[in-house]
Write a protein that binds this ligand. Sequence first.
Ligand code: NAI
Length: 578
Amino acid sequence: MGSIETAKDGGSTVDTFGEAELITPWTHSVACGMELLRNPRFNKGLAFTEEERRVHFLNGLLPPAVETQELQVKRIMRNIRKLKEPLDKYSAIMDLQVRNERLFYKVLLDNVEELLPIVYTPIEGDACEDYSEIFHNPNGVFISLKEKGRIIDCLKNFPNQNIQAIVVTDGERILGLGDLGCQGMGIPVGKLALYTALGGVRPSVTLPITLDVGTNNQKLLDDEFYIGLRQKRATGKEYDDFVEEFMDAVKQAYGEKILVQFEDFANHNAFRLLAKYTKTHVVFNDDIQGTAAVTLAGILAALPITGGTLADHNFLFFGAGEAGTGIAELIAQELAKQGKLSLDDARKKTWLFDTHGLVTKSRKEDMMEYKHPFAHEHEPVSDLVAAIKKVKPSVIVGTSTVGGAFTKEVLEALCENHETPIVFALSNPVRKAECTAEDCYKYTKGKAIFASGSPFPPVKYEGKEYVNGEANNCYIFPGVAFGCLISGATRCHDEMFLRAAETLASTVTKEDLARKQLYPALPQIRDISAKVAAAVAEVAYEKGVASNLPKPADMLQHVKASMYSPLYRWQKTKKLSH
Ligand code: NAI
């Protein structure tokens, strides 16, 4: 007994392949028996009740115990905690996703603090590095250059066709780990798991995609187990045409409002693609805009400790890539929005420092265009400590991937001009962080406020305990995505990220700030995502890009009521007539 067919030949597509005609025999079926147990969307494992087992032809296929979902969660966590290696934990939890989807999300939501570092950064990065080795279950859609001219067919082959949100990568700049080619798929899969667990987006409307345009990572090209295309990366027109075909195909397959999140594209493509497709599609780039919003939120949250307003601060970014320039631009937009400065003057409060030193006007000819707004008049400075002494930042943000770059000298220089400087060491994973929480408090003598991209344990300094705020994009992107979907946004607007940042900052309590903790505790994250989604949806209606009309009277209540619940459905079954 596999499935009960309810409508044979419910639709067929005819394809020509050489001389022969291929007919795709579409059928609608109701899963039961073993097929039901193997269907992750509907499987409940030992939680199937006796009545459900009887009517769904499951008797004999399961041992007699009937468990609650809570007990199943307990069992899974017990097994995961027994595993020593983080990568084994990653594999165990991701296997659950393809066995029992609701249980996967329930486990994730109930244990968000413990499991987030596994399914998301930093362990997700390790998983991508070993993806070919641990690969045994395809998840999402892999579109390689071989599919050029037929991308739409790849999308049609995916079982769910009511897709509303895509996270796509080309694997060229995975976290701080560089070009991982096709192995980058771990990132869209992880991000979309958080769309659902944290943002409340239904999993059936999400789709992770990897565009495999080759890799320049020789180690992967030489690895017999590498699962991707074995060629150097396509560039120039070939690359652009391929991406364009993909962007056309997603609209053709899923409609005008399909949301596309660009993820971990190298910065020579990331800024271009975002600028190009912002005009025609609902797109955002989490590395640029999500990071910007979460960092801006941390700075806004810190203002009660530092005193003054955002306009009283000066900013220095060590590392001028997607994250650094994205944050710099959003800060400038927030300053301009507050009305005290023009956008140009707001940008002048921000300095970038890259591999060649301070970004100045004299270097403009030789730098990427996205740095131009922050190339100010200044003599060349090639040393970070010297740059700090010159531009006197009150906020320093590390987005360089250079572990340990914020040395004792750097942190001491920072304190020369400011009583309470803010230090963000955002580079991931932990080994790439510009400084640790402990070093930051030690070298600034407890003066600084510290936040980082990777988790650090609390630090005790001179009798006081400081809790590290994790500037984790997952406070932002799931809510932004859900806000776009629930309002039926036809474009993603910069103002959405400003409002998301302000909303996140408003959730930080006095108690959090007493511990210099710039972000709320992770277990509250679903509630925070709901607030972010409601704020983003409000912007969509204000800006006239919302298509789900009329606007709900109580947006937050509407968002909360619409969020996906991982609890099992059909607790009470109806008797089937077969
Ligand atoms: P990216 O590759 O676009 O930028 C890195 C920049 O650092 C480049 O401009 C590079 O020239 C510069 N750089 C490298 N070595 C340097 C040196 N010795 N001195 C000065 N600059 C140097 O990468 P992206 O996307 O900006 O990410 C940077 C880091 O931030 C990564 O480790 C990433 O994992 C992390 N990140 C953290 C987030 C968070 O905590 N929420 C979010 C996004 C990124």
